[in-house]
Design a protein around this ligand. Structure first.
Ligand SMILES: [Zn+2]
Length: 330
């Protein structure tokens, strides 16, 4: 049984060591460290020291591409669009977005450097965190990207202009482009003798990767994961149905493609009185056959006001108790 937490927001090694030792003492076997654009610019050696300290404590290390280019999930700013004028994703409405187009050469160059830095710093597994084309909100019909590069690529492939309204061809185009990038990135990671985990957003998000089978087929993939987090308005029934659905899907895909499934529990913005949701999600995931469980994030995100839970101590202890109980029940 493997379990752990994401960890971020602290870059002073002395404090990181104390936190990680506590995490390990609570029974965690692994940790995910976020690596944003800011980390690559200003904390590269620090990140290496943090990863090394994690290993010294016996924790396996995931590193994620945290909000890089805003092509991945995460609460970090991106300046790639500002540094590369004209590189942003364009919505089908014609509006510019703050996310860089994944098909832009500047992003692809940046990601190659990001991969080399993260692998050289000693990460065990690179976590491809919710790769997606820009979307505004659930249920919005606007989609991206209709930038000049995407329109030229689409015309090359399909012999016609990229439509304004989403069609089966635009869906296939977006899927193929993201899949091609994941193939390139995971191959580069594997050339560093490191592992790859792709974390896919639930179907309700218009990420651009609806076909999970094609992602599971990537030749250098080691783990497939998902994060079907509930909304503030959702009740226990929603947690139960979503985690059952996505856990079964992950297990089925991973069995056929010889991958390790991993499930993420929501451990941020936990409402008072719903501290049992994340433990329930973990239990359902394990019952479905998933032995690799993670929670976002440590101590129920108490240090970050944007993500903080109502009662971080109670939410964290409930998660730790469930993880420990699941580990004992093996
Ligand atoms: Zn584009």
């Amino acid at each position: 049984m493997k379990f752990g937490f994401s960890y971020f927001g602290v870059r002073r090694l002395a404090h990181v060591r104390v936190d990680l030792a506590q995490m390990r003492d609570e029974g965690a076997t692994q940790v995910l460290h976020t690596w944003s654009e800011e980390d690559l610019s200003y904390y590269r050696d620090t990140m290496g020291e943090i990863i090394h300290a994690s290993h010294q404590l016996g924790l396996r290390v995931y590193v994620n591409s945290w909000a890089v280019g805003r092509v991945f999930g995460g609460e970090a700013n991106s300046e790639l669009v500002a540094k590369n004028p004209g590189s942003c994703q364009i919505l089908s409405t014609g509006e510019s977005t703050p996310a860089i187009c994944p098909n832009h050469p500047a992003f692809q160059d940046y990601m190659d450097n990001w991969i080399d830095a993260v692998c050289q710093a000693g990460a065990d597994t690179v976590f491809w965190d919710e790769p997606h084309f820009f979307f505004r909100k659930l249920g919005d019909s606007a989609w991206s990207c209709r930038c000049n590069i995407c329109r030229a690529l689409f015309k090359d492939q399909f012999g016609e202009d990229l439509p304004v309204v989403s069609t089966p061809e635009t869906t296939r185009f977006r899927q193929q482009r993201l899949l091609g990038l994941l193939d390139h990135w995971s191959t580069r990671v594997a050339s560093h003798h490191k592992r790859n985990n792709v974390c896919l957003l639930p179907d309700t998000f218009d990420a651009g990767l609806p076909d999970w089978e094609s992602v599971a087929s990537l030749p250098h993939l080691d783990e497939l994961s998902s994060d079907p987090y509930w909304l503030d308005t959702d009740g226990e029934a929603k947690v139960r149905s979503d985690y059952t659905l996505y856990a079964k899907r992950l297990v089925e895909l991973c069995q056929r493609h010889n991958l390790e499934p991993q499930m993420w529990m929501k451990l941020y913005r936990i409402k008072k009185g719903t501290e049992h949701f994340a433990p329930l999600a973990a239990r359902l995931s394990k019952e479905a056959g998933i032995q690799n469980l993670m929670a976002w994030s440590w101590r129920a995100s108490e240090w970050m006001s944007w993500l903080r839970s109502d009662d971080p101590e109670a939410a964290h202890q409930a998660m730790v108790s469930e993880f420990q109980s699941l580990a004992r029940s093996l």
